[in-house]
Design a binder for this molecule. Structure first.
Ligand SMILES: NC(=O)c1ccc[n+]([C@@H]2O[C@H](COP(=O)([O-])OP(=O)(O)OC[C@H]3O[C@@H](n4cnc5c(N)ncnc54)[C@H](OP(=O)(O)O)[C@@H]3O)[C@@H](O)[C@H]2O)c1
Length: 229
């Protein structure tokens, strides 16, 4: 299977949360936001989960940096729960693809399509993320995808072995509860999860955040800039 290179970028509290118990998620300083937008400007597509659109209503454009083009926005929404008022549907700033399943209401798909947004059905009751990435690669020429959460989508992608790199900003806050950076059934021990190799670590220009870059150790899998699994 040919698929794009997949990077998760996220900011988390020191206790590993990307959002508080009430869904508050503003953890990035202005430097970190600029860094995120630089990554946005360097990829072909940006992927998020349904809850992130419902809670944050992000526009997912690289507006804090000079970008040649806006990447395709891809929302994984198995039941088409996101509102049609969402910026990714309404603002027309970039192409958007909503990826869903056969379980989604047909009328909602038609309603979304009326805004010129594509709806892909990629599975019966779960979105097949591997096939979705493959389709983005083959039909849209997508070679690099930035995943901006949330925790549930991060877990699904990691569980499927579809993540190549993780860039994490640790912000100096404590939430104590809320959404974890990776939110799923979990692994019983360290042996079952992906093997990560620390590529770089730096202190943010603000002086109070740490930026970690981990790559998933999968020797020999990336060939000629393409990922084959
Ligand atoms: N700090 C940060 O950097 C950061 C970044 C992004 C988000 N966030 C925060 O994270 C929170 C959202 O995280 P979350 O874990 O609740 O949600 P999420 O990952 O944004 O979305 C999860 C939902 O996406 C759908 N989904 C994911 N994988 C799927 C699949 N394979 N097939 C079908 N549907 C799939 C599911 O919808 P269904 O249940 O309908 O099937 C699932 O409930 C928000 O509060 C947001 O503010 C923080």
């Amino acid at each position: 299977m040919m698929r794009p290179y997949v990077i998760i970028v996220s900011a988390m509290s020191i206790d590993g949360r990307i959002a508080s118990k009430i869904g508050y998620s503003r953890l990035s300083c202005p430097f970190d936001l600029k860094r995120l937008h630089e990554v946005r400007a360097s990829v072909d597509a940006i992927m998020v989960g349904a809850n992130t659109v419902i809670n944050d209503d992000p526009s997912l454009t690289p507006r804090y940096v000079k970008a040649e083009k806006n990447p395709i926005r891809v929302v994984i929404d198995g039941r088409l729960r996101i509102p049609t008022t969402a910026k990714v549907i309404r603002d027309g700033e970039a192409p958007t693809i909503i990826v869903t399943t056969e379980m989604a209401p047909r009328e909602k798909a038609l309603e979304i399509a009326r805004f010129g947004v594509e709806v892909w059905v990629m599975g019966r009751d779960r979105v097949d993320l591997g096939k979705t990435l493959e389709r983005l690669y083959v039909e849209r020429g997508v070679r690099k995808v930035l995943v901006e959460g949330g925790g549930r989508l991060n877990w699904e992608l990691i569980k499927e072995g579809l993540v190549d790199e993780i860039r994490l900003t640790v912000s100096p806050y404590v939430f104590g509860a809320g959404t974890s950076f990776i939110e799923g059934e979990g692994y019983p021990t360290t042996s079952e999860g992906p093997r990560l190799r620390l590529r770089s670590v730096s202190v943010c220009e603000c002086g109070n955040e740490v930026v970690l870059d981990y790559v998933v150790d999968r020797e020999g899998i990336i060939k000629n800039g393409h990922v084959t699994t």
